[in-house]
Design a protein around this ligand. Structure first.
Ligand SMILES: NC(=O)N[C@@H](CC(=O)O)C(=O)O
Ligand SMILES: [Zn+2]
Ligand SMILES: [Zn+2]
Length: 344
C-alpha cells in the first residue's frame, strides 16, 4: 500500500475566493495546497473589467500567508455588453479567461448572458486573442428539469458555440454527468473540462436520502451514481482534457442552513486530500499528478510548477467551522476523518 505521494505542486483551475473579510479564510485555504488558481469573477457586483480584476487580485494577494507562493489568475465576467475593446484590454492585461454564466443558472449569475449569440463581438475577439472561454454549462430554458440542464446545454448551446468559433479555447467547468464526459472526449482538444472533488465523491443520494443536507448542495447539482463513476473514470483516465477545478464555493452557514439555501460547497481546506481519496478509490493514485498538476497548466499554456508537495496517509480532521466575515462557513467533511494529509 502506498503511504506517501510526491506530486508536482498542483493548481486549482476554478475557485471562488469571494471578497472583503472572507478573503482571510478563503485565500489561506487555497494557498495551502495550490500554487495558482483561476479566480471566478462572480462577485456582487461582478468583475467585468480588467482594472476591477487587477484591483481584486491586489486584495487577494494581501491575504496570502508569507510562507506561501500563490498566484491568483484573474477572469472577467462576460455580459451582453462586454465589448471587443474590453477583451483586448483583458488579453493585454494578463487576464486568464472570461466566464460565461447563463443568466440565473447559478450564484450571482443575474448579470450573465441570456443567449451567447448576443456576445458575438466579445467571443470573436477572444478567439482572435487566444483568451479561453470558461463556461457554467447549464441550460436556462424554462421548464428543463434541473437534473437535465447540463446535458441539454451540451447539445443546444455548446455544440453550436464550438462550431461558430472554430478556434476558441473553451473550458466546460465543473462537469457532473456521463453525458458531459462523453461530449468532452469526442470534442477537439481545444475543449477541456474541470472536475470537482465533491462530484468525484458524492452523488444525489448523499444530498437527498435520509435527510436533506444543505452542505452538499451545489450547482450543477450532484447527479446519479453512474455519473459519479463516469467522472471518476475520466479524471483518472490520464486524458489531458480533464483537470482539477475545485469549485470551492463558500457560503455563510446561515445562507446554507436556510429555507432557500445557497448553492456551493467549501472544499478548499482539504481539497487535495479529497481528490487523493477519490483517486485511491478508483485505484489510480498514479494518475493524480497529471490531473492535479500537469494538464490544467498545459491547457492554459502555462509552465508546470517547478516545486513538489507531499501527501501522507494519515487520519486527521478539519475544524467544525472557519470564520467568514460576521458568520462562519462549514467546510466539506468538517470534523470527520480524512485519510490523506498534505505535509508540506
Ligand atoms: N457551484 C456553486 O454551487 N456555486 C458557485 C457558482 C458556480 O460555480 O456555479 C458560487 O459562486 O457559489
Ligand atoms: Zn458554475
Ligand atoms: Zn464555480
Amino acid at each position: 500500500m502506498v503511504d506517501e505521494i510526491i506530486l508536482t505542486q498542483p493548481d486549482d483551475w476554478h475557485v471562488h475566493l469571494r471578497d472583503g473579510a472572507q478573503l482571510a479564510t478563503t485565500v489561506p485555504s487555497s494557498a495551502r495546497s495550490f500554487g495558482r488558481a483561476i479566480v471566478m469573477p462572480n462577485l456582487n457586483p461582478p468583475v467585468t473589467t480588467t482594472p476591477s480584476a487587477l484591483a481584486y487580485r491586489t486584495r487577494i494577494l494581501q491575504h496570502v500567508p508569507p510562507s506561501r507562493v500563490f498566484e491568483p489568475l484573474m477572469t472577467l465576467y462576460l455580459t451582453e455588453t462586454t465589448t471587443g475593446h474590453e477583451i483586448e484590454r483583458a488579453a493585454a492585461g494578463a487576464i486568464s479567461g472570461v466566464k460565461l454564466y447563463p443568466a440565473t443558472a447559478t450564484t450571482h449569475s443575474e448579470a450573465g448572458v441570456s443567449d451567447w449569440r448576443c456576445c458575438d463581438e466579445a467571443l470573436a475577439c477572444m478567439q482572435e486573442q487566444g483568451l479561453p472561454l470558461l463556461i457554467h454549462g447549464e441550460a436556462i430554458t424554462p421548464g428543463i428539469d434541473i437534473f437535465d440542464r447540463e446535458a441539454v446545454f451540451l447539445e443546444r448551446e455548446l455544440e453550436p458555440l464550438l462550431q461558430r468559433y472554430p478556434r476558441l479555447k473553451i473550458v466546460l467547468e465543473h462537469i457532473t454527468t456521463a453525458a458531459a464526459v462523453e461530449f468532452v472526449r469526442q470534442a477537439p482538444p481545444r475543449l477541456a473540462a474541470t472536475i470537482t472533488a465533491h462530484h468525484l465523491l458524492l452523488n444525489r443520494n448523499d444530498l437527498l436520502l435520509g435527510g436533506l443536507r444543505p452542505h452538499y448542495y451545489c450547482l450543477p447539482v450532484l447527479k446519479r451514481e453512474r455519473d459519479r463513476e463516469a467522472l471518476l473514470e475520466a479524471a483518472s483516465s490520464g486524458s489531458p482534457k480533464f483537470f482539477l477545478g475545485t469549485d470551492s464555493a463558500p457560503h455563510a452557514r446561515s445562507a446554507k442552513e436556510n429555507a432557500s439555501g445557497c448553492a456551493g460547497i467549501f472544499t478548499a481546506p482539504a481539497a487535495l486530500e479529497l481528490y487523493t481519496e477519490a483517486f485511491e478509490q478508483a485505484g489510480c493514485l498514479s494518475r493524480l499528478e497529471g490531473f492535479a498538476s500537469h494538464f490544467g497548466a498545459d491547457f492554459y499554456g502555462l509552465p508546470r510548477n517547478p516545486n513538489t508537495i507531499r501527501l501522507r496517509r494519515e487520519s486527521w480532521s478539519l475544524p467544525a467551522t472557519y470564520p467568514y466575515g460576521q458568520d462562519v462557513v462549514i467546510p466539506l467533511r468538517a470534523t470527520s476523518a480524512l485519510r490523506w494529509r498534505l505535509i508540506c
